[in-house]
Design a protein around this ligand. Structure first.
Ligand code: NCD
Length: 309
């Protein structure tokens, strides 16, 4: 099989294991390309991609843009804060206007869950979900699994704990789907108020004691509390959150094995993770960022090859 089973990347829940394998094999090739002196390939010279960001982003936006440029695609960028969305234009009108400029692919980040699915049903372009509210963030989960595979050889059979705000984090849900699809075992850890009640239906274990969770796992993925999505307080104070759920060096060094530490960024140093852990040899946070470009190149390349047919 050399093509994806999907025409859009809307969420990990729409993918099959063989899609992930194909994305990773393709990303291996692109990782080699971006480490060459000339980091660019001509593959997507005739493809135009619009990056539509209706929500803030640093890493993801830059990573997609770099991936597109390294594939030689033409790229246009759009940020909601500078757009006519503020003047009352609907999402479909905004996107159709952009598509009439002959755009082939849309990478979209949007605060509403399901925005990517909605768009894929109404416009004629390949859609990549770069994060839809608290729902899914498929390329983040792919680059996370790719980074685990790189560090530990494979994802199958590994024990991964996702720590922090599981309720509001799209990184958590996409990671759960991706890790399980590849045969990893997943637990979540965080304040009970930030763990969704339906979590057991996903086949995910819950551990509210961070030390126990860390002793169980091979990999800990530390998530940021998504304060911007909350209109009430889910725990007493940030200090108390950190006391119970922060990964610090004393805790890390007291474990009886070397675990791998991950974080999707942006990091809140001193809240979910301390600086000495984030900057330690056990953390693969910057590898995740580097791999993000190769994995996004793979996704874009594979989806674009379906458009051309
Ligand atoms: C994440 C996101 O936007 O969901 N960041 C990212 O894409 N690297 C995580 C977060 O904001 O905490």
């Amino acid at each position: 099989m050399s093509e994806l089973s999907v025409d859009h990347l809307l969420g990990i829940k729409y993918l099959q294991k063989r899609d992930i394998d194909l994305i990773f094999e393709t990303a291996d090739h692109f990782k080699e390309v971006i480490n060459r002196p000339i980091k660019k390939v001509p593959s997507l010279r005739d493809v135009t991609i619009a990056n539509l960001f209706f929500e803030n982003s640093t890493r993801t936006k830059l990573s997609f843009e770099l991936a597109e440029k390294r594939l030689s695609a033409d790229v246009i960028n759009f940020s909601a804060s500078q757009s006519s969305v503020k003047k009352g234009e609907t999402l479909i009108d905004t996107v159709n206007n952009i598509l009439s400029m002959k755009v082939d692919m849309v990478v979209m980040r949007h605060p509403n869950p399901g925005a990517g699915v909605f768009l894929s049903q109404h416009v004629n372009a390949s859609i990549i979900n770069a994060g839809d509210g608290a729902h899914e963030h498929p390329t983040q989960a792919l680059l996370d699994s790719y980074s685990i595979r790189e560090r530990l050889g494979e994802v199958a059979g590994k024990k991964v704990v996702i720590v922090g705000d599981i309720l509001y984090s799209r990184v958590a849900l996409s990671n759960i789907f991706a890790l399980q699809l590849q045969g990893a075992e997943v637990k979540v850890c965080g304040p009970k108020t930030l763990i969704p009640k339906y979590i057991h239906t996903l086949g995910v274990g819950v551990e509210t004691n961070l030390r126990k969770a860390l002793e169980w796992c091979d990999v800990a993925n530390m998530l940021r509390v998504q304060n911007e999505r909350m209109d009430i307080s889910y725990f007493p104070t940030t200090r108390e959150y950190a006391q119970q759920f922060q990964l610090n060096k004393t805790l890390l060094d007291s474990l009886n094995k070397e675990i791998v530490v991950m974080h999707p960024g942006p990091i809140n140093r001193g809240v979910e993770i301390t600086s000495d852990v984030a900057d330690s040899g056990q953390a693969i946070i910057l590898n995740q960022v580097e791999n993000g470009v190769a994995v996004r190149m793979a996704v874009i390349y594979l989806l674009a090859s379906k458009i051309k047919q």
